[in-house]
Design a protein around this ligand. Structure first.
Ligand SMILES: Cc1cc2nc3c(=O)[nH]c(=O)nc-3n(C[C@H](O)[C@H](O)[C@H](O)COP(=O)(O)OP(=O)(O)OC[C@H]3O[C@@H](n4cnc5c(N)ncnc54)[C@H](O)[C@@H]3O)c2cc1C
Length: 458
């Protein structure tokens, strides 16, 4: 028989969004249980660079990420300053990011921040339960009334609660869902994330009638040196080819396949490599950007690390040498030389390119050339659970038809008692990234306040 417990609220996931929601609930006097599937808390936040940032205005954010859900994006920019101030009041050791971010930002030390958040939640009377995954949501008459989970000893536990917040970090770790929505070549996609975010929040929410957003196939990620490179999670940040948007990216035919510069964090290029190539690309850059800093490292430092990690890299003095190296790697080297020359001619002649190149219009003509074989990686999925502005999970209708097809066909409304936060929330980002930790912070606090209101009314 399952053990039975009660709480005011259950938060599922102890990563960025879950810890923020848990603390807000605990320090507001709610009896909160935070469930965590992993043996350690922190999720992807714990292995992140810790820069909590987003864009400075709604207009700028829309320009950078025009396909996301506008109402949620507006919430993000409207609340970020207040929420960073809250973060600062919680964790005094925040520093201003050491490199430029396009709007407000602060840097956390992820492992120390994680430990500190857990301590504070527990000091306020809440609990963070490790190795205790959510299995399903408990529902009565369409209302979420708690969760079913498995404890570390394998024992089933039911927790009755007035409000549940799912913050399980997206579905990037679920091979079947990634294959269904992102790419069927999942073997060519690294997981650059915690391994426990397997869509449990999304699956549980849809199981009880929750709706999903558009854009389930879009994701945030980067490229890293392709296998045989061996990259452990503590090297994900070092292995990331942050300069990609300023390079020329070739596929195995030696041709460009997209505008590398569409987004300044490489996320659109990464998605295009995953969906428009066989999961490999070849980045070429030259002396002009070798010393330029991307994130906290120069392009050359990143290039050297790719080699140290066992990836295929080459430093060559001429385009003909570049072509010969690519031939050895199974790429059409002659075509690659033509592509780089055509790229340079078009940039110098200020002509359009196909595929286009809107930004970073700098020729690649200052040898030695650097060449890196890269593979895309997925950090989190951008599509997910549909929520309203209180982070309440929207209910899906049984049919998009105007004709009601059954008594449960409530086209509008939300799933009572259920909220989502962080990467489980869909469509704040869609194709273009707006800051993952900031989304966790802002949505986590909103979800907690909405849960508090529900607890107060229960
Ligand atoms: C290398 C790297 C660098 C990054 N750098 C930055 C950066 O500098 N700035 C930035 O904004 N973003 C960065 N990110 C992205 C950022 O880490 C994520 O956007 C953020 O952590 C998302 O927060 P979250 O709470 O949604 O998910 P997470 O932080 O991943 O937390 C989700 C948690 O849910 C748990 N969970 C999953 N399923 C269950 C279940 N069934 N029951 C209970 N618990 C469950 C997971 O174990 C995990 O602990 C980086 C990511 C990586 C990998």
């Amino acid at each position: 028989m399952a053990d039975s417990e009660t709480a005011d609220a259950v938060v599922v996931g102890a990563g960025m969004a879950g810890l923020v929601a848990g603390l807000e609930l605990a320090e507001s006097g709610a009896d909160v249980t935070v469930l965590e599937k992993a043996p350690t808390p922190g999720g992807s936040m714990r292995i992140s660079n810790g820069i909590v940032w987003t864009y400075g205005s709604f207009e700028e954010l829309r320009e950078r990420s025009p396909d996301g859900e506008p109402a949620l994006q507006r919430l993000l920019v409207d609340r970020i300053e207040d929420d960073l101030a809250w973060l600062e009041s919680v964790e005094a050791d925040l520093v201003t990011p050491e490199f430029d971010v396009p709007g407000p930002g602060k840097t956390i030390d992820p492992p120390a921040f994680t430990d500190h958040m857990v301590e504070r939640i527990e000091a306020a009377g809440g609990s963070v339960r490790l190795e205790m995954p959510l299995d399903s949501l408990a529902v009565e008459d369409g209302t979420v009334v708690g969760v079913e989970a498995t404890g570390p000893d394998g024992k089933r536990v039911t927790i009755d609660a007035d409000a549940v917040v799912v913050a399980t970090g997206g579905f990037q770790g679920n091979e079947q869902l990634v294959e269904q929505h992102v790419t069927d070549a999942t073997e060519n996609l690294y997981l650059r994330s915690n391994p426990w975010s397997t869509g449990d929040g999304l699956l549980a929410a849809t199981e009880v009638g929750g709706k999903t957003t558009a854009g389930l196939g879009t994701f945030y990620g980067h490229t890293m040196a392709a296998p045989p490179a061996d990259i452990s999670p503590d090297r994900f940040a070092d292995a990331t080819q942050y300069y990609g948007f300023a390079a020329v990216a070739l596929d195995r035919t030696g041709e460009r396949f997209t505008d590398e510069s569409e987004s300044a964090l490489e996320e659109t290029l990464t998605q295009d490599i995953a969906t428009e190539t066989d999961g490999r690309a070849y980045y070429v850059f030259d002396e002009t950007i070798a010393d330029r800093v991307f994130g906290s490292k120069t392009a050359d430092e990143i290039f050297e690390t790719a080699g140290e990690l066992g990836g295929r890299t080459a430093l060559v003095d001429s385009l003909s040498e570049l072509g010969a190296t690519l031939d050895e790697w199974g790429v059409d080297g002659d075509r690659a030389i033509e592509t780089v020359e055509a790229f340079n001619d078009a940039i110098e002649g200020d002509e359009r390119l196909h595929p286009s190149r809107e930004n970073e219009r700098i020729p690649i003509d200052e040898p030695p050339y650097r060449l890196v074989e890269v593979q895309p990686s997925i950090t989190f999925t951008m599509g997910g659970v549909a929520v309203d502005e209180s982070m309440a999970v929207k209910r899906r209708s049984a049919s998009p038809s105007g004709m009601a097809i059954g008594a449960d066909d409530a086209a509008d409304g939300t799933v009572e008692g259920l909220f989502a936060a962080g990467s489980d929330v869909g469509a704040i980002h869609r194709r273009r990234y707006v800051g993952g930790l900031a989304v966790g912070l802002v949505s986590g606090r909103i979800a907690a306040r909405s849960a508090l209101e529900r607890i107060g009314n229960a």
